[in-house]
Design a protein around this ligand. Structure first.
Ligand SMILES: [Zn+2]
Length: 394
């Protein structure tokens, strides 16, 4: 365990505008009645940890589990959006619902935690640009083109090798390209986390605005198909065209995406853990119940006992790698808090511990300016650029 951070690191962290682009907390709001003002319990994020870690803004993930909610993707999407809005309504002194880069600044100046919305998985739009536009109207400001499941118009890294699942010819169908262009027109960030490699390259080609990866790490350091190769990192950094400042890759904190040792250990227990989940699902079925994501995480968690914790330095290696390969203007934070069953690096259990990242970056020779870019400045630049590309006329 590393020692406490220095007063200089603390000062630099306190003066930063810190933005995290991925937390799965909405499922806790909706399925478990979790209130952000309560202690986080088994979760990762609550208002107290946000304040302690000086987190200015969080993009709350609107993620619809595709098997459980088949036939009701839009309904589940809307209920998750509502769950975030309700949290903001409950805590108007502490929080603000935000849908613009300027809004993040405004909330920060008013000493409020900015809650933003990002959809995780293009299946949420049910192949309808009309739904996409309505989600935008409700405040959604990014959408990952896929989650781990391919949809009718984009391929996912999660099932691209599965021959039984239909895939597109070249990453995006014609409609998929239209989705990307409509996102550009609306001013919604095109998020390439989770997509298959060819879908990434197609999206970068089609998008008139720089793209983001809201929660993706480096494949050179941990060989997961959902992580980005060095070539993809460079392509993301150049996305948006010649006059663009380029996109940004927000590093995912999940141990299974950053540590090869952890990923290998996970693969080894996966068959057994899968069996236990199926058994619990079967047992719940006669009662007319389906397991929630948190319940499934808890079952899987039993198989992780005795796993080595991932040192914080492994996460910093990813930030450092992306900064070296793509440039320091193209890396940020996409924690995946509340989405990885607590499998986070050592000493990074909640936003309260974000100052350690700043401390570790300074230790590696990053300047205060670099730290501020990584902690949120880069995302702000891209968000602003996406807003500038938007065109109100359809
Ligand atoms: Zn995800």
């Amino acid at each position: 365990m590393r020692s406490r951070i220095t007063p200089t690191a603390s000062r630099i962290h306190r003066s930063a505008l810190i933005i995290d682009t991925h937390a799965d907390t909405p499922q806790r709001f909706l399925d478990h009645g979790f209130d952000l003002a309560n202690p986080r319990g088994r979760g990762d994020l609550d208002l107290d940890s946000v304040r302690k870690g000086n987190l200015a803004a969080e993009f709350f993930s609107i993620w619809v589990e595709p098997t459980r909610f088949k036939g009701q993707y839009a309904r589940r999407t809307l209920e998750l959006i509502d769950s975030v809005r309700l949290q903001v309504d409950k805590h108007p002194e502490e929080m603000a619902l935000v849908a613009s880069a300027e809004g993040i600044l405004r909330a920060h100046r008013a000493n409020k935690f900015a809650a933003l919305l990002g959809i995780e998985g293009g299946h949420s739009i049910e192949n309808s640009l009309r739904l996409l536009r309505l989600y935008y109207a409700l405040g959604v400001r990014y959408m990952t083109l896929t989650w781990s499941n391919s949809n009718d118009w984009a391929d996912s890294s999660g099932d691209i090798d599965n021959k039984r699942i239909p895939h597109t010819q070249r990453g995006l169908t014609r409609f998929g390209e239209e989705v990307v262009r409509e996102m550009n027109r609306l001013g919604m960030m095109v998020d390439i986390s989770h997509v298959a490699d060819r879908t990434f390259y197609r999206a970068v080609k089609v998008s008139a605005a720089p793209v983001i990866a809201s929660h993706s790490s480096a494949r050179a350091l941990c060989d997961h198909p959902r992580n980005m190769t060095d070539d993809m990192l460079r392509a993301a950094a150049r996305s948006g065209g010649a006059r663009s400042g380029g996109g940004v890759v927000q590093v995912n904190f999940f141990s299974g995406f950053i540590s090869q040792a952890y990923r290998d250990a996970l693969s080894a227990v996966k068959p057994e853990a899968d069996r236990a989940v199926r058994k619990a699902e079967k047992a719940a079925k006669p009662k007319g119940r389906k397991l929630t994501y948190a319940e499934i995480s808890r079952i899987r968690g039993k198989y992780l006992r005795g796993f080595p914790r991932t040192p914080l330095s492994v996460l910093i290696d990813h930030i450092d790698h992306i900064a070296k390969v793509a440039g320091v203007d193209h890396v940020g934070l996409g924690s995946d808090f509340d989405g990885v069953g607590g499998q986070l690096p050592e000493g990074l259990r909640s936003p309260a511990e974000l100052p350690r990242i700043t401390g570790a970056l300074l230790d590696r020779g990053y300047s205060a300016t670099d730290c501020h870019k990584i902690l949120g400045g880069n995302l702000m630049r891209v968000f602003r650029e996406v807003e500038a590309v938007a065109n109100p006329r359809p």
